[in-house]
Design a protein around this ligand. Structure first.
Ligand code: ADP
Length: 445
């Protein structure tokens, strides 16, 4: 083997060094060998004669490439472990902060509400703050449940014809109040006509992906606005959410997709959040067959983009329902009241029943009912029983089970009883309206 000149020079240098110093010299170097770079460790040992002069040098070289590689792997693993540990500690501190802050709001303002001399305005303000804190708490719990399901590989997809334009329009309406409050602009661009915008995907997950991205855009934008929408590129739809917010430093662009990762991980940061949103979003996009990416400039804004396969459906789902009639079955007055308020202004007639028995009777006498929202745990007759009875008479009438406990068993039991879908309380308006669009057959020709 002919050694490169540089290797020879290093050897001569070390040899001279060994003679001058009169002691063992050890050095490592990378030597090209059959197209590969190998690490060698060379030891030079001076040998002395009886009068104390060096009369020869014994040199040995050994290939230490494997040890070097193992060492590099171990170092990387150690750094990774230290980083994970640091993230875990930051996460625990953040989670406890994220729980305590809304709890403080809920308990603090509930106590204040009990005071006798509050003005109507103050009461409304306190109730609003309690609601806001409750929502923040719920978001955190939902994120934790979602990430645990993803990690356990238990996330189920519900692929069905999804009217993309409707999903986007609903999101636009949903975010408008928050956008106006921050004096920002919100634009939504639909890339296809309604009839061509129906694709086979999981509409709940699509809504969640866009909600997370728009929520982040809203959170990190102080002036300007947010644009979202999609364009069609052959066999894919390319969705985007662009903001004119604070932007993301280059070195963080990939890291923000990691669990618990935030650009600002300190407790004194200005923005609430668990650091889970983007990892959940990324996982959902991948499950739906797409890819999520980001482009950003600090101080200018960010654009999150994701793709979904375009597999159009020709369906009558875009038919506008103008005379929907929904039966709400729930023994809890507060839940019924909440649903009534939720549907206010939606051009929907609402009927209500307090238990399963009443529901069965109402369905018999009101053929105009075209959807039932069924609570499961109720006195006199529970939701499972009522669903079975209603489905015997009206197999095509869609029934959505609603419950506060969303265990897998309960969902399965609801499906077995005949429920077409399931929604968890507290009910999210956008999610429910999406479900209704997907489940209802066209009402009147
Ligand atoms: P969270 O928002 O709960 O902190 P995410 O996983 O959704 O968690 O986001 C992680 C981090 O990515 C955020 O904390 C923020 O630092 C950064 N980030 C996400 N979206 C944006 C955005 N639109 N503009 C600026 N920074 C963003």
């Amino acid at each position: 083997m002919t050694l490169p000149l540089s290797v020879k020079f290093i050897f001569i240098d070390n040899l001279e060094h060994c003679v001058q110093e009169g002691k063992t010299i050890q050095y490592e170097e990378l030597i090209p060998f059959h197209g590969k770079q190998l690490w060698w460790e060379t030891t030079l040992n001076p040998v002395y004669n009886e009068v104390g002069h060096i009369y020869r040098i014994i040199g040995t070289s050994k290939n230490i490439t494997e040890q070097k590689e193992i060492l590099a792997e171990l170092t990387a693993a150690k750094e990774h472990a230290i980083e994970s540990d640091r993230l875990k500690s930051a996460f625990l501190a953040n989670i406890s902060h994220e729980i305590r802050t809304p709890m403080n709001g809920i308990l603090g303002f509930s106590a204040l509400l009990k005071e006798a001399d509050l003005s109507g305005e103050e009461q409304t303000e306190y109730v609003g703050l309690i609601e806001q804190s409750g929502q923040r708490m719920l978001n955190l719990i939902n994120d934790l449940i979602d990430i645990s399901r993803i990690e356990a590989g238990e996330t189920k997809l519900q692929i069905e014809p999804t009217p993309v334009n409707k999903v986007l329009r609903d999101l636009h309406a949903f975010f408008m109040p928050a956008i106006s409050k921050k004096k920002l602009q919100l634009h939504c661009t639909l890339g296809l006509p309604d009839t061509e915008s129906i694709i086979e995907t999981d509409s709940g997950k699509l809504t969640q992906i866009l909600t997370n991205l728009i929520q982040n855009a809203l959170k990190f934008t102080r002036t300007g606005g947010i644009d979202f929408g999609y364009t069609r590129q052959d066999t894919t739809l390319e969705f985007y959410v662009t903001d004119s917010g604070i932007g993301i430093p280059d070195e963080m662009l990939q890291k923000i997709f990691d669990r618990f990762r935030q650009v600002d991980n300190t407790l004194t940061r200005n923005h609430e959040g668990s650091g889970l949103g983007l990892s959940i979003t990324k996982a959902y996009v991948a499950m739906l067959g797409g890819k999520l990416s980001v482009q950003s400039r600090e101080g200018t804004g960010s654009t999150f983009t994701f793709t979904l396969p375009y597999n159009p459906q020709n369906s009558a789902l875009t038919t506008q329902h103008s005379e929907d009639c929904i039966l709400i079955v729930d023994d809890d007055d507060v839940s019924t009241l909440l649903l009534n308020k939720t549907f206010k202004g939606e051009n929907i007639t609402l009927l209500s029943a307090e238990n399963g028995m009443e529901a069965v009777e109402l369905v018999q006498h009101h053929p105009e009912i075209n959807l039932v929202l069924m609570d499961l745990q109720m006195p006199i007759m529970n939701g499972y029983e009522a669903t079975k009875l209603i489905k015997q008479q009206h197999p095509d009438l869609p029934i959505i089970a609603q419950s506060a406990y969303s265990s897998k068993e309960e969902k399965e039991k609801a499906r077995e009883a005949g429920c077409n879908s399931f929604i968890t309380k507290p009910i999210n308006k956008t999610e429910l309206l999406n479900l209704i669009t997907q489940l209802q057959p066209p009402l009147t020709p």
